[in-house]
Design a protein around this ligand. Structure first.
Ligand code: SAM
Length: 229
């Protein structure tokens, strides 16, 4: 007799403040047989804070086909699994899409893939940045080189707010690019959300670049950039 398939839970974890996790997420992470982590060391910090002793294994952007196969076999055995990324919601600019595509192809709708919602830098930023009409386009990370200028130029033409993730290495560069290609833009920078140095800055690209350059510590950390309409 075929064993019933296990369930895969896609679990959102905090984006900084380790208290930002739901009761349901904590329960699921404690109950599953295995938690697939982008980086097991990172997730263990969260587990330590919440006294979770689940078994962990890595699943990340460079995981092989063999890894997908072995995850599928565990589900076939009836194991319940959870997937987490280092921060926020898996699949939102984070690993997970190839795994879900593979499992859907292999098991179709037989397999339960259950979202356990929680923090994401995207929704956290937009919960304090009032974009007009509540309409926005999420661009994820902009291309680093090829196509970057095209995407930035398109921001100017867009009808709704444009939201992207940016790293500390390129936040000043992005303000310079906007200054050149879209100088009148109304820009918000949400930095280090939920963490000690959390702040939300608002201004033109020139104003924001000036702030970042005159206060270099503000260039550190993680950023969500919103270009208003
Ligand atoms: N899956 C995550 C989510 O749901 O937000 C996003 C992961 S992506 C690899 C990491 C990027 O998200 C960072 O480079 C930054 O742009 C943004 N981010 C993550 N945590 C953040 C925070 N605490 N404050 C601002 N931006 C953050």
């Amino acid at each position: 007799m075929n064993k019933e398939l296990g369930t895969l839970y896609i679990v959102a974890t905090p984006i900084g403040n380790l208290e930002d996790i739901t009761l349901r997420a904590l329960r699921i992470l404690s109950e599953v047989s295995l938690v697939l982590c982008e980086d097991t060391r990172h997730t263990k910090i969260l587990f330590g804070r919440h006294n979770i002793h689940a078994k962990t294994e890595s699943y990340h952007a460079h995981s092989t086909e063999a890894k997908l196969h072995s995850i599928a076999e565990k589900l076939e055995r009836g194991d319940n699994l959870a997937l987490v990324s280092d921060a926020g919601t898996p699949l939102i600019s984070d690993p997970g899409s190839p795994l879900i595509t593979y499992l859907r192809k292999r098991f179709g709708s037989e397999l339960r893939i259950v979202p356990i919602p929680g923090a994401s830098a995207l929704t956290t930023a937009l919960s304090v940045i009032p974009v007009s009409g509540g309409r926005f386009t999420f661009l994820g990370f902009l291309p680093h080189k090829k196509g970057r200028q095209t995407v930035i130029k398109a921001m100017r033409e867009a009808q709704d707010a444009q939201v992207c993730y940016e790293s500390s290495h390129r936040i000043v560069k992005l303000m310079k690019e906007l200054e050149e290609l879209y100088p009148e833009a109304h820009v918000w920078i949400a930095r280090e959300l939920t963490k000690q140095f959390e702040e939300v800055l608002e201004g033109t690209p020139l104003e924001l670049r000036t702030i970042l350059e005159t206060t270099p510590e503000k260039q550190k950390g993680e950023f969500v950039v919103v270009v208003e309409k």
